[in-house]
Design a protein around this ligand. Sequence first.
Ligand SMILES: NC(=O)c1ccc[n+]([C@@H]2O[C@H](COP(=O)([O-])OP(=O)(O)OC[C@H]3O[C@@H](n4cnc5c(N)ncnc54)[C@H](O)[C@@H]3O)[C@@H](O)[C@H]2O)c1
Length: 428
Amino acid sequence: MNASREPIAVIGTGYVGLVTAAGFAELGNEVYCVDVDAEKVARLRRGEIPIYEPGLAESVAASGDRLHFSTELAPALEHARLLFVAVGTPPTYSGDADLSAVHAVVDAMPANAGHALVMKSTVPVGTGQAIRRILDERGKSEFSYVSCPEFLKEGSALADFRDPDRVVVGDVGDWAGDAVVELYSPLNAPLLRTDIPSAEMIKLAANAFLATKISFINEIANVCEETGADVLEVAKGMGLDRRIGKHFLAPGIGFGGSCFPKDVAALKQLAGNSGYHFQLLTSVIEVNELQKRRVIGKLQKHLGSLVGKRVALLGLAFKPNTDDMREASSLVLAARLQADGARVRAFDPVAEDEARKLMPGVEFADSAIDAVRDVDAIVIVTEWPEFVALDWAQAASVTSGRVVIDGRNCLDSSSVRAAGFVYEGIGR
Ligand SMILES: NC(=O)c1ccc[n+]([C@@H]2O[C@H](COP(=O)([O-])OP(=O)(O)OC[C@H]3O[C@@H](n4cnc5c(N)ncnc54)[C@H](O)[C@@H]3O)[C@@H](O)[C@H]2O)c1
């Protein structure tokens, strides 16, 4: 153990919690992890990693006994002052964030002095102040509170922990904020220390801006299709402008995942609840919903009615290198295709277990080649590297159809066409 590093606790061992725990364990901290999911904790204790995230299994194994897993809060409270909260904050039907897991954590806190809640979960602006009020009302005024929003990207989450663009610490200037800053100091990342509401807003605003960039380039792609421009050339030309930047200008079939859709909706709701109509975000959400469905129109253009047609979906997770199916475009697409009478075969390298629960009526294949066997059309939904490298001549030899819709513009269109397919991307 690194004696100079302080032990910490992480409450909630999902994508964010487990990566945070593994990252701090790499830095030498003892990390006491707590989760209400007893099966998940049992698996973690056996050394199994419940999610797919590159490098995470190796990192957890290398840290060995610095990582402790329990369903009980007691060991965390005994050993650690800083309690990182990384529980889920999914959307409710109204679009507001569901804070019930966060409040369950707050409710479980004892009246002891000397601890701090460090909020990693993405929460609406004002949550920190509301929790402060609750703690004070319940005689837990000695508890400190820090907002430390998380910006990691699934698929490169550990790399993002090790080399973050910035660390944001929102606090009231007490020991807990100092301790969180100290904890992150070995990473030498740009630090923004600010007040709690601003830290909360930074997270929501950053995700809403990135989502806006995606919906913007998707609309440009749609106009390119009408006007004969190639959106990839357009995005390249736009991205060379340093004021714009090249990131998040990749047109496709819409954003998904556990963060963008919910955080954009939560910010829109937050604004609405405060009496402000955030018109731009309403459009960002609407454009994204329509974008997921544009593939249907493209298929109908080539196949006519979809009744009885067989369609292969390659890639189901919301993006490559993750097994996360939350808000994945594949879910909307499969449901729309089935509603229009098509039969759907699907393949994903890692997300099949989760996808099976969410995609009734879909037939699952063992490989990409197996998925495209005897189908009328192939749709690239997630740009996994193995689809980019697919042998299109082999695909052509096993499938009956000749249509490839590249929903992520990730394929080399000339090799797909050379294999005899009709290729259609997004905005090209
Ligand atoms: N996934 C991402 O890419 C990402 C990135 C940045 C921020 N975030 C935010 O981080 C938070 C967590 O996201 P996630 O994707 O890791 O969620 P997740 O669903 O993968 O994990 C949440 C974990 O919390 C556990 N949990 C729920 N209630 C609990 C309680 N009372 N005590 C202890 N454990 C409890 C669950 O069992 C689960 O293991 C969310 O607010 C999310 O918006 C996520």
